[in-house]
Design a protein around this ligand. Structure first.
Ligand code: ADP
Length: 755
């Protein structure tokens, strides 16, 4: 008999051990809360199996044993169910101690039940009756029994209430429906319990069957919902489809698993077998610990890691890496822009200070010298002051022109106007200017022009001259002794296209390597300490750089600090005809100190041997027949222009407003009007429009030339539209005026050239 009990105990132990093993297996695969649902299901099955055994038992002994099996399940069903629902519903948690107390209470009740044959705490009496649908046990219950049943009902009710609460808060409709169904299912076993307690079923108790079916339904609903519930789906896919790369390692840093993104970040993971040491552990940890971006294969990652702990022991690591390359690049770009903005702002401040100083110097000279001249009685002395005043005025004008040019370039209002021009004229002016500037300096000026350079080109000659003059002026400014070498080469590009290669080499102060990049940027004067005594705004090269780029050219600077610099620019032009610069320019031309270098007189003679300079003078002599009117609200401007015209024996009339001009034209015929653009009341544009509408025969014949200080892009169109024929920039220079007068003669058909 003892052996029988031992074997029975072994058998029961084996069953429980098997169940325990199964629960452990499933627990490792399921989310933590699902363990409780598993527990509730197993208890329900035990409860059902026990009841089934009771139904087939044919003796009191057998029936009681079955009842014990039943209670083994029944005792814990409510507990597992309530905990499970509490966990998934996010309800306020009941303190753990209460759960432990319930477990103790249920276990005591279970033991009381097992031993109920020997006492009357649980049942007052227990008997086996052969009545009803089938022979069964009949018990007389004690308060303990009723308390136990009520406690199960309370647990199930607690679960049902939590389900209802969760359903109300559920983020999706699907989840709400699921939970509501769960709540209804949970209520069925309760109803069955109430029904058994109140009515009975001739010995049959439906609670276990109803509970089993309810649990079955509950599981099916949950499983079926898994594919459609977005929350569940998100849980299951958040690892595989995470934006961040996730790698799972064991506590020894051995590779276990990784998601798709991690495989993209660490392509070598494809070669890893489970259990291999993860080799990037060190760099990964360094990045994490130093809170630095991890840089891999040209991309940046923000990293994190955490240790997986089970019962306080490390069982592995989760490593995460999120691609932040775009953000990192943006941050770097912003930092770069910030530095640039700070530099630009500093440069502007220095520039303003510099500019005011630069402008004050010639202005002081002009004012001072003018005052001296005013007080002076002797004509020779006054004449001595005049060139100095002129020189200072020119300096001031250069500075203002630079600022104007620069602001036009900044506003994108610089026009490149391609015309046919003679390169020799451009070079002659630039070389002569440089030579004059060299003046007393101990510098050899060497000019080397490619003899095959096409003479006639199409391009913006004025801008090319400006660039050359700037390079040469700088060379003169920053070279105290030695040489300046100016060379012009060409590179044929086929189809009449040719690259002009302009190079200015000097043996001057040179530029520090770190300053070279700053040269073509706005307002940057470099090496200020050493160049303080030299006039400059730091705008010249910035303007040149923009002009070269606008002409689709390029530039380079090489320099050896203290030894000299080489400024090179390449500008594409179009060649016209086969004429080249004269052959005797082949040899390098050393220009003697203080001897202005000029091209051979013959070289500036036209292809047909006609001397252009002479022709121009001759043509200009014919201007005196033209009747001219100057319209300007500034009398000094009228005086200056009148004096310039007097050089050609022209005696112009003048008025000081647009309105007076219109009235004058009503009465008198003129051939040419110099019309100021900006005038109070009626500006030049309106005056022109009115003149063109006058009912006099000369209204349309008179040539109207806009005089403007505002020669920005697009103004020529405005002038043309208003009826003006030409425009000339203020301050008007004699050379430009002469060209304009020749144009007027052409328009009037008075230019009789032999060509
Ligand atoms: P700036 O009016 O000051 O000469 P630029 O824009 O023409 O303005 O030149 C900018 C700076 O570049 C100058 O201030 C000077 O420091 C440097 N630089 C230009 N050309 C030369 C050169 N040939 N040799 C040495 N430094 C030069």
């Amino acid at each position: 008999m003892t052996l029988y009990y031992i074997l029975l105990a072994v058998q029961i132990f084996a069953i429980f051990f098997g169940i325990f093993g199964l629960v452990t297996l499933f627990s490792s695969m399921l989310r933590p809360e699902a363990k409780f649902l598993l527990g509730a299901s197993i208890c329900t099955i035990i409860f059902g199996v026990g009841y089934c055994m009771e139904m087939v038992a044919r003796s009191l002994e057998a029936a009681f044993l079955s009842l014990c099996v039943e209670y083994l399940g029944l005792a814990y069903i409510g507990l597992f169910f309530a905990i499970y629902i509490e966990k998934i519903s996010g309800a306020k948690k009941i303190p753990r101690i209460i759960w432990y107390l319930i477990v103790v209470y249920e276990t005591i009740t279970l033991l009381l039940h097992f031993s109920s044959r020997y006492h009357t705490v649980f049942y007052k009496s227990i008997s086996y009756v052969n009545s009803g649908i089938y022979p069964h046990l009949e018990q007389e219950m004690t308060p303990w029994f009723h308390l136990f049943m009520v406690h199960i009902a309370v647990l199930v009710l607690y679960g049902a209430v939590n389900i209802v609460r969760a359903a109300r808060r559920a983020p999706s409709k699907i989840r709400r429906t699921q939970l509501t169904r769960g709540c209804i299912i949970a209520l069925f076993p309760l109803l069955a319990m109430v029904y058994s307690a109140v009515a009975g079923f001739s010995g049959y108790e439906p609670v276990s069957a109803v509970t089993l079916i309810a649990v079955g339904f509950f599981s099916i609903v949950r499983t079926a919902g898994k594919t459609t519930d977005p929350v569940e789906l998100a849980y299951s896919e958040s690892f595989s489809k995470a934006i961040a790369g996730i790698i799972i390692l064991d506590s020894e840093h051995r590779y276990l698993d990784a998601n798709d993104k991690a495989r993209k970040i660490f392509p070598e993971l494809d070669e890893y077998n489970t259990g291999e040491i993860f080799k990037k552990w060190d760099i990964f940890m360094d990045a994490c610990r130093m809170n630095k971006r991890l840089r891999l294969y040209g991309r940046y990652y923000s990293t994190y890691f955490y240790e997986l702990l089970a019962d306080g022991k490390s069982i592995g690591f989760v490593l995460g890496a999120a691609d932040v390359t775009i953000m990192e690049n943006q941050v770097r770009e912003l930092e770069r822009l910030k530095v640039m903005a700070e530099e630009a702002s500093e440069a502007k401040t220095t520039f303003l200070a510099n500019m005011s100083h630069e402008m004050r110097t010639p202005l002081n000279a002009i004012i001072g010298l003018s005052e001296l001249a005013q007080r002076e009685d002797s004509l020779p002395m006054i004449k001595e002051y005049l060139p100095m005043i002129l020189n200072s005025g020119q300096m001031l004008l250069d500075i203002i022109s630079d600022v104007l040019d620069f602001s036009k370039a900044e506003a994108g209002k610089v026009d490149i106007v391609p015309v046919q021009y003679d390169i020799k004229e451009v070079l002659s002016t630039a070389i002569n200017m440089a030579n004059i500037r060299i003046g007393e300096k101990n510098i050899d000026f060497i000019v080397d022009v490619d003899p095959k350079l096409p003479r006639n080109l199409i391009g913006d000659d004025a801008r090319i001259r400006q660039i050359i003059v700037n390079f040469l002026t700088n060379a003169v400014k920053y070279t105290d002794r030695g040489f300046i070498r100016f060379s012009v080469d060409r590179e044929d590009k086929g189809d009449n296209k040719v690259d002009l290669i302009i190079k200015v080499t000097d043996s001057g102060r040179g530029i520090r390597e770190e300053d070279i990049d700053k040269l073509f940027t706005n307002f940057s004067r470099v090496d200020i300490k050493n160049n303080r005594n030299i006039q400059g705004t730091g705008l010249g090269l910035a303007i040149c750089g923009r002009l070269i780029k606008l002409m689709n050219g390029d530039y380079t600077v090489e320099s050896n600090y203290g030894k000299g610099s080489v400024f090179t620019c390449t500008i594409p032009q179009e060649a016209v005809g086969d004429a080249t610069i004269s052959a005797h320019q082949r040899e390098e031309l050393h220009v003697e100190r203080n001897t202005p270098f000029v091209f051979d007189r013959m070289d500036i003679v036209g292809e047909d041997g006609q001397n252009k300079a002479e022709s121009e003078d001759d043509i200009l002599k014919r201007c005196d027949v033209l009747r001219m009117l100057i319209v300007d609200d500034n009398v000094i401007n009228i005086k200056v222009l009148t004096s310039m015209l007097k050089l050609h024996n022209i005696v112009p009339d003048s008025v000081t407003s647009g309105k007076d001009a219109v009235e004058k034209l009503e009465k008198q015929q003129y051939d040419v009007i110099f019309m100021d653009h900006m005038m109070p009341e009626m500006d030049g544009i309106e005056a022109t429009e009115r003149i063109r509408k006058l009912d006099v025969p000369w209204a349309n014949d008179v040539i109207i030339i806009a005089c403007t200080a505002n020669a920005i892009k697009g103004m020529d169109v405005v002038f043309k539209e208003s009826g003006m024929d030409e425009y000339i920039c203020k301050p008007i220079k004699v050379e430009a005026l002469n060209k304009m007068l020749i144009k007027c003669l052409e328009l009037k058909g008075l230019k009789e050239l032999k060509d």
